[in-house]
Design a protein around this ligand. Sequence first.
Ligand SMILES: Cc1cc2nc3c(=O)[nH]c(=O)nc-3n(C[C@H](O)[C@H](O)[C@H](O)COP(=O)(O)OP(=O)(O)OC[C@H]3O[C@@H](n4cnc5c(N)ncnc54)[C@H](O)[C@@H]3O)c2cc1C
Length: 467
Amino acid sequence: MTVSTALDLAQLRASIAGRVIGPNDDDYDALRKVVMGGIDRRPAAIVRVANVDDVKAVVGVARETGLDLAIRSGGHSAKGDSTTDGGIVLDLRDMKALDIDPEAKTAWAEAGLTAGEVTTAVAEHGLAIGFGDTGSVGIGGITTGGGVGYLVRKHGLTIDNLLAADIVTADGQLLRADKDTNPDLFWAIRGGGGNFGVVTRFKYRLVDLPGIVGGILVLPVNAEIIERYIALSEEAPDELSSIANVMPVPPLPGVPEEWLGKLGIFALMTYAGEAEAGQKALQPFRDLAQLAGLDAPIADMLRPMTYPEMYFPEDADAGSDYHPLAVSYNLLLDRCDRPSAQTIMEHLEALDAPMRVAQLRVLGGAMARVRNDATAFAHRASPIMVNIAAFYEGEADRAEKQAWMEGFASAIRQSDGGAYVNFVGDEGPERVRNAVYPGKTYDRLAEIKRRYDPGNLFHLNQNIPPA
Ligand SMILES: Cc1cc2nc3c(=O)[nH]c(=O)nc-3n(C[C@H](O)[C@H](O)[C@H](O)COP(=O)(O)OP(=O)(O)OC[C@H]3O[C@@H](n4cnc5c(N)ncnc54)[C@H](O)[C@@H]3O)c2cc1C
């Protein structure tokens, strides 16, 4: 894009109800930070929009100046798409209106809210909506990408509970998108990420969820335990969704010292239903410890709780000092049999890094009952998702961790070539085209992009250039 006009901060300030932060402002450095470490970009302006008119104005300025436009909700993008060098950050963090209708079991939520904020507020009415595993993730990014979390098997992806959205498109118009109004746009923003405009608010369907049985279970690990864990997860009732992190056991209350740093399964589990049935469904997972000769799990923190308690209060927050340097790679698997489990063990054992992980999520259930072409999330039939990740300590260390990750990924890859957009990093257009949006999904997205954003104003994302 060519820059036709330099950004005039004074003029921008005069046209915005919210705040415009430039490089000379005291809080510029704090506000330009994103969650992932190693991303150090210097935008020309960060605009903390206060309302829809501000969003329209910022979109207009980006269009007229030709400056790069980054959309920021919770700031968790792995690729750093919510910031830019020299461009404008449209920062939604001050737009947090939340309008819950407990009778209708719906909520309109502005896009500056986090998953944790919405989850906590709706739980006061005994209601829930599934986002991901981390409370500080923004609803803007997770919803437009899909949303895989603790309710995925019972209630589907976040987008499966999206009823409508308000979205400012590249021409500066505010459009409603739902099943009857701009249905093509509604299809595209359910998985197509930030390619189509700035969602200012989402309308979610809420489900009754007075309580869950869940929390943390720490198990010893070997290939047999991984294989059984996955098989049990696949056989479990839809109420049970979990995330099994095969990784060095972290320091947690109740974890005996001799286990710290040894490989184990750090499982985050949710049974979204009645307590007695939940305990029954979770028991076979506890019993897996016996396959390593233990009488009981290394730590068993599974208990009846409210759903928001699944989110740790100390979750990464872009305003906090937690900015990990990590390499990561997302794959979808057809199965996790003994050879796959052995591959997982071998690769984790081969690296000596304090934080290295194969994060396994069994999908299926409600998510898989939605037609594959019903939304732009095109991986409905994939039964298992895996994220491989390792932290590194500086550029010199990065190459080693990257090579380990690539070796691990190619060893475990099966016939499913797919990947989930929200866990993909800076991996090039081929990966977006072939893995994230395979086949007809990409063609349809590119055609919708041509109609709503022909100039590719919204290109800081897993980009779909206009057809
Ligand atoms: C610690 C951690 C845990 C995670 N856990 C999960 C998980 O369990 N499940 C899961 O599904 N994902 C998970 N993710 C991935 C997460 O969903 C994506 O990184 C998501 O994009 C983050 O959204 P955000 O608003 O915080 O990020 P941002 O960096 O603010 O936004 C990322 C991108 O989303 C788009 N976007 C954001 N807001 C809007 C908007 N209002 N309108 C249009 N486009 C927008 C833009 O393209 C933007 O560049 C996790 C990420 C991290 C770092």
